[in-house]
Design a protein around this ligand. Structure first.
Ligand code: DHB
Ligand code: FE
Length: 280
């Protein structure tokens, strides 16, 4: 049986990827950001997963206003880094796990969540930056990755409640796969940020830290928070945080072990949050 051993949560600020690609991580601006991921990189090496189920959002690179899936599961054998306007990031191609992804799709759809099946897709900074932050600069990603894209870009977006329940369905799907895989579920995006409009640059440290507290200790309660509260408190792009509830919902009911917690302002115009939780 496959088993989810841990979940990882992280912002995916594109400038962090650029800092890595251009070798700027030890510059004074970036050093405190990357120091916050050192413990997690060591933990990844010591606890390598067989597969990462990576929840992220596409930023109008794979999808556009022509087609907006609320939840999309990547079932392909590989996913190329997307060209987001200035060439693709110089990072490895992402290898998928078609058999496991198809199993999860089967289980989750029969569990009443409507997923879009994606057999060809490029992956943008939402997916590649978290991999870079946790794995460093590598020639190949350490394991297969199943991309799971959530629409948090174009309204209407899914509720935190639905994301949390979907996480539970993903847990059941993983548990019913007949291979002894060690699985990580990652939730990415956030934390508070607004990239445009009169409130551009909005950061809310109090909200972000309370979100981290509740994600650890009271995820079911946190899942009840309506989407408008994310937008009001964490900015228009702060809504990306609902994706963290999918990863949290995939964890066991028993309280998790907090392996690492990190919060930093700023990276670009954004608050960076990062959490690693292990199932007890
Ligand atoms: C930026 C873009 C993002 O998608 C995000 O989640 C945070 C920051 C940016 O362009 O700075
Ligand atoms: Fe984003």
């Amino acid at each position: 049986m496959a088993r989810i051993s841990a979940s990882v949560y992280t912002s995916h600020v594109p400038a962090m990827g650029v800092a890595m690609d251009l070798g700027k991580t030890s510059e004074p601006y970036w050093q405190p950001v990357f120091r916050g991921y050192e413990a997690s990189r060591a933990w990844m090496k010591a606890n390598p997963p067989d597969v990462i189920f990576l929840v992220y959002n596409d930023h109008a690179n794979a999808f556009s206003l022509e087609l907006i899936p609320t939840f999309a599961i990547g079932c392909a054998a590989e996913f190329k880094p997307a060209d987001e306007g200035w060439g693709a990031r110089p990072v490895p191609v992402v290898k998928g796990h078609p058999e496991f992804a198809a199993h999860i799709a089967q289980s989750v759809i029969q569990d009443d969540f409507d997923l879009t099946i994606v057999n060809r897709m490029d992956v943008d900074h939402g997916l590649t930056v978290p991999l870079s932050m946790l794995c460093g600069k590598v020639d190949a990603w350490p394991c297969p990755v199943i991309p799971f894209a959530v629409n948090v870009v174009q309204y209407p977006v899914p509720s935190g409640r639905r994301c949390y329940a979907l996480g539970r369905a993903i847990r059941r799907a993983v548990a019913s796969f007949d291979e002894p895989l060690n699985v990580h579920v990652w939730g990415t995006g956030g934390m508070s940020h607004q990239l445009q409009g009169p409130r551009a640059g909005l950061i809310n440290r109090e909200f972000d830290n309370a979100f981290l507290d509740r994600l650890i200790a009271d995820p079911a309660g946190l899942a009840q928070m309506p989407h408008v509260d994310y937008v009001r408190e964490a900015g228009s792009e702060g809504i990306e945080l609902v994706m963290w509830l999918i990863a949290r919902g995939a964890m066991d009911e028993a309280p998790p072990r907090v392996v690492h917690r990190f919060y930093h302002v700023p990276a670009s115009n954004t608050a960076v949050g990062h959490l690693v939780l292990e199932n007890a």
